[in-house]
Design a protein around this ligand. Structure first.
Ligand SMILES: CC(C)(COP(=O)(O)OP(=O)(O)OC[C@H]1O[C@@H](n2cnc3c(N)ncnc32)[C@H](O)[C@@H]1OP(=O)(O)O)[C@@H](O)C(=O)NCCC(=O)NCCS
Length: 203
């Protein structure tokens, strides 16, 4: 943790409002400049809202980790789940990084690295053998971040943004064997059908 005033903790359904607010705000910060307003509005309506994030937080297969400041405000978060992986992801126990976002004012301070360390620990705890995520093909800043932290490109996969499909890169990172020694809590996942688009779960 680069900022000792922040706390990294697993979120619970009681965090639904903060999660929904932060997820929507970071999505707007990240993509408003490159997304038509009507597509952004459609995506925000579909993907974010207190009831929806409460449901996500109550899902025992999903883990959301929040980086929280002393006032309780979320600075960033990441969400992982054992969703079916695209065929380009090689592994028997894949775990998806569904989302990883840091508030724009706090980029470049090591928070993304801290959040991915939480992902690594969760992958090890679950006995996952490969981590995967989707990143928009034009999100070069995030791609550079992932490359810096050892992620490599495995393929592409469609992503539903509003009402249109975008191409995402699929990135992967193997979970080191000595990290996955604990008993497993997720079943092996069958690969998803080729080119089945993802809706609202790009990292
Ligand atoms: C991508 C994101 C999560 C990274 O978090 P962050 O806190 O800004 O990144 P960190 O400060 O932890 O950076 C970790 C490492 O990646 C490197 N890095 C981060 N962004 C980089 C960039 N744009 N170009 C090159 N390197 C980068 C840092 O230099 C650092 O390397 P170092 O520790 O060896 O110096 C954050 O910038 C973000 O929320 N972006 C907008 C949302 C987004 O695109 N999310 C991903 C969707 S797929």
């Amino acid at each position: 943790m680069t900022d000792p005033t922040l706390t990294l903790r697993r979120a619970t359904p009681d965090d639904a409002e903060a999660y929904a607010m932060t997820a929507a705000a970071t999505f707007v910060e990240s993509y408003a400049a490159t997304t038509p307003p009507e597509e952004m509005a459609a995506h925000l309506a579909r993907a974010f809202g207190t009831a929806q994030q409460r449901q996500e937080l109550a899902d025992p297969m999903r883990a959301v980790f929040a980086l929280v400041d002393p006032t309780g405000t979320w600075v960033g978060f990441t969400a992982v789940a054992p969703t079916p992986a695209p065929p380009c992801v090689r592994g028997t126990r894949p775990l998806q990084v569904e989302r990883i976002y840091v508030r724009a004012a706090s980029h470049g301070r090591g928070h993304g690295r801290t959040l991915l360390a939480a992902v690594d620990a969760e992958a090890a705890r679950r006995g996952a053998d490969v981590l995967w995520l989707q990143v928009w093909e034009h999100n070069e800043a995030a791609q550079a971040f992932y490359a810096r932290l050892g992620w490599t490109r495995a393929g592409t996969h469609p992503f539903l943004m509003g009402t249109r499909y975008e191409d995402d890169w699929v990135l992967v990172r193997r979970v080191a064997k000595n990290q996955s020694a604990e008993p497993t809590t997720i079943p092996p996942m069958a690969p998803g059908p080729p080119n089945q688009p993802t809706a609202g779960s790009s990292a």
